[in-house]
Design a protein around this ligand. Sequence first.
Ligand SMILES: [Zn+2]
Length: 165
Amino acid sequence: MVPVTFWDCGGGLDRAFHCGIQLRADSFAGERPPCPRNCPGPVHNHGSYFRYAAPAGDQRERIQRFRCPKCGLTISILPVTRLPYRPVSVARLQAFLDSQAGIGSGLDPPPGALEAGCLHRAWARFQTRGRILQDAFGLLGILHFLAQSGKHSLLGDYRCLRLPA
Ligand SMILES: [Zn+2]
């Protein structure tokens, strides 16, 4: 199988097939997610695809996919060790962010060039988003907001939280 490398929600392609959202497996209860657009009824199994497991190398992992029969939205379910739209694992990104913040011992093994680029882009996004929010709300305001909403990312990956139009 060919890994899916893009998500096109524009009008140029078969919209029902290509328009999708990525969710983590721990973001819903049960064996399949409800439609994020709140359509009634269950989503249907829609096969799977393979995604690269790391920024470098050939290791791939199977990603389960569902499709809402009402609205056509395709929902990919990522393992809990993965982040939507980021090719690095949660554990590796956490360790890197900790090291940037001066805690922890850093990544073991150290990242290769491709992974380092991904990690530095995530760190830059995190800093930018964090600074903007801190200027607007203060640190406690941010934490309070995130704790209440639980649906916002300091990494700026709002595509994983916002439904395609
Ligand atoms: Zn739907």
